[in-house]
Design a protein around this ligand. Structure first.
Ligand SMILES: [Fe+2]
Length: 269
């Protein structure tokens, strides 16, 4: 096999090539699991089907930095800093955004199921046409003047968060030829200071693009992938107003939600 083209904008590989690479990596993972190998609950930083991961993943072991100094100065967010209306992405402009209005809600919990209270949760996403308001997203889908795609909120005393937004669409990217990302919403958990920030993505159940997406598939374990998929919850849907999805975020333990590195998050995929 020839070495993959690492230019993230080259889009030289076909979907069949990417899918075959994903299958081979998953097959060897499953084989090692069957032989008693460890379960992988996080994404591989170096995952060749996700082309830009090759240039971005660390080649040396990380240096430990003492966060004590920055923690003395970093901000701590509280109820006063975030307006309740910032959790509704459908009312940020003069008119209604186009698309399926939905509520996504859930709990932020630690590995023992305890609520993570008063936690800053940020979200960003494409619009109902799959377009981001971002200079690097220039593909020919319409921007929506009534939708920016950014919101934030603070978890309540039970660790619960809730956003009202528009269901995002899949969008193309240049990992390979005819590459499409499954519909997803980016989430950031801020912690109490900058050094603790965690970033991840939430997906929608039954997306036909799951098998084809090298970012989703860079998590080799099916159970860990499943934890990124929200469930449709009819009790969250409201009569003639919105559909509802529920997604819990687990910060630690064996059911921990997968989180990206900050470098990966900056790429906006
Ligand atoms: Fe994205």
């Amino acid at each position: 096999m020839t070495a993959p083209d690492t230019n993230p904008d080259a889009a030289t590989a076909t979907q069949d090539q990417i899918s075959a690479e994903i299958r081979e990596i998953h097959r060897s993972y499953e084989q090692r699991r069957a032989e008693g190998g460890p379960e992988e609950t996080s994404a591989r930083m170096h995952f060749p089907p996700y082309r830009s991961s090759l240039l971005r993943s660390p080649t040396k072991s990380l240096h430990h930095a003492d966060p004590e100094e920055i923690e003395l100065h970093a901000p701590a967010f509280g109820e006063r800093d975030v307006h309740p209306l910032e959790a509704d992405l459908t009312i940020q402009h003069g008119g209604e955004p186009i698309g399926e209005r939905m509520v996504v809600t859930g709990r932020v919990i630690d590995g023992d199921g305890r609520p993570v209270r008063h936690q800053l949760v940020e979200l960003w996403q494409a619009n109902a046409a799959g377009r981001y308001v971002h200079k690097r997203d220039q593909h020919p889908a319409p921007l929506d003047p009534n939708f920016t795609g950014i919101g934030r909120t603070i978890t309540n005393a039970q660790g619960e968060y809730s956003f009202t937004t528009i269901k995002p669409a899949p969008y193309p990217w240049k990992n390979h030829f005819n590459a499409w990302r499954p519909a997803h919403i980016h989430f950031s958990l801020f912690g109490t200071d900058f050094t603790q920030r965690l970033v991840t993505q939430m997906y929608f159940p039954g997306d036909p693009l799951f098998d084809l997406d090298p970012i989703y598939q860079s998590i080799t374990d099916q159970k860990a992938r499943d934890r990124l998929v929200a469930t449709y919850d009819h009790s969250v849907s409201e009569h003639e107003w919105n559909t509802g999805y529920r997604w819990n975020i687990v910060l630690s333990g064996s059911n921990r939600t997968w989180f990206e590195s900050d470098a990966a998050a900056e790429e906006e995929h």
